[in-house]
Ligand binder design. Sequence first.
Ligand SMILES: [Zn+2]
Length: 100
Amino acid sequence: MPELVCSRCKKSAPGLPAPPWGGAQGQEIFENACLSCWKEWQLMQVKVLNEFHLNLSDASHAARLDHHMMVFLGLEEPSDEAMAPAPYGFGAQESPGEGE
Ligand SMILES: [Zn+2]
């Protein structure tokens, strides 16, 4: 497996054996995430699904999980509304005066 500098753990580590799926996003993960972080996401994904009560047959829920994945892997900046409450510490700061 090719080594890469992982966008999440910042270590030089083996990547995935192949892109997890086709398309630009699968390729981005393949090129930037190490295998151990990917495996961590596999476990974290279950927690996120439970924590946020996501139903993947709902496209907006699937998009939300997608965003969590990209943030978890260090490939996207977290957006507040999608992340709160953050189960793994991204964007977890509580802002008083949350509104609008
Ligand atoms: Zn990593």
